[in-house]
Design a protein around this ligand. Sequence first.
Ligand SMILES: Nc1ncnc2c1ncn2[C@@H]1O[C@H](COP(=O)(O)OP(=O)(O)OP(=O)(O)O)[C@@H](O)[C@H]1O
Ligand code: SF4
Ligand SMILES: [Mg+2]
Length: 310
Amino acid sequence: MLKVENLSKDFPVEFDVFGRPVKFLRAVQDVSFTVEENTVFSIVGESGSGKSTIARILCGIHKPTTGSIQFMGTALKGSGHREIQMVFQDPDSSLDPRKTVLFSIEEGLRIQKMGSKEERRKLVLEILKAVRLTEDVLSKYPHQLSGGQKQRVAIARCLVLRPKLLILDEPTSALDVSVQAQILNLLMELKREFALTYILITHDLKVVYHLSDHTMVMYLGQVMEMGETERIIQDPLHPYTKALVAAIPTAGTDNLNDFSLKGEIPSPLNPPKGCPFKTRCDFAFSKCDEKPPLIDFRGRKVRCHLYAEV
Ligand SMILES: Nc1ncnc2c1ncn2[C@@H]1O[C@H](COP(=O)(O)OP(=O)(O)OP(=O)(O)O)[C@@H](O)[C@H]1O
Ligand code: SF4
Ligand SMILES: [Mg+2]
């Protein structure tokens, strides 16, 4: 359904007196992946690893510096695609505080000039029911809703456009813990009901494990490991993935594991030469001063000198 090839994004961060960029931050570096229809593809990695940048490129918010994106067989260019929609971390950022719920949900339909007024109203009611909200919220403003209700409205805003691919960028991290599971359950029900495909961005590897089919682990803009979620979580290969998995809190323990994430992430403006993870890796050796290629290893991809292609 989605094929991303050699995607990179450089953000200009310093300019000369004429306003010309003189320094760039490489937020995403040569990232390729494929998402199959009706599956959940997770992107994980610490803050600043480039996850949201990829999401924004797929939605047409950012232009890639290099690379290509194929969506349902055609090249994606520029300003996004109706069938790719994104749910943001903070519902407040996607809802206008001065507009009613009805206005917000219907807005995309009006912009896309979809249907008559009656048809739009019918569609809004249908989607409202699907996200388990009742008609009385339609006349309300965002500040009159709970966090969970606001996220349901934000999801409805996307769904009304009948997307095929939904990008969920930390869809529950701004919500109370008690509401997080409800929204995740709803998203999984909606996936079945509307035959959706998800790209899920989250810091929560437990959620990744339970909900996703494939996972891509990123660090400083690069793919470190990629493959079937179950195998990645149960048998992580890359030292970075091992550390992330070891940091998953387990019930009843203090989470004392052999692997844990030590030290700070280096500045993306001045990333380490060679392997980007070498400043924090327990296994680093002389070869790690050279950049490791992303190789195929036992049915998955891994970028680490500890492994040789098989
Ligand atoms: N518009 C921008 N201009 C300059 N730098 C940017 C811009 N957007 C993102 N960046 C930088 O690009 C890098 C990747 O950012 P991104 O938001 O994609 O990370 P992320 O993985 O989503 O992190 P988080 O988990 O905190 O959401 C970061 O170093 C960030 O500071
Ligand atoms: S390439 Fe070297 S530094 Fe990088 S993750 Fe592998 S062992 Fe660690
Ligand atoms: Mg982000």
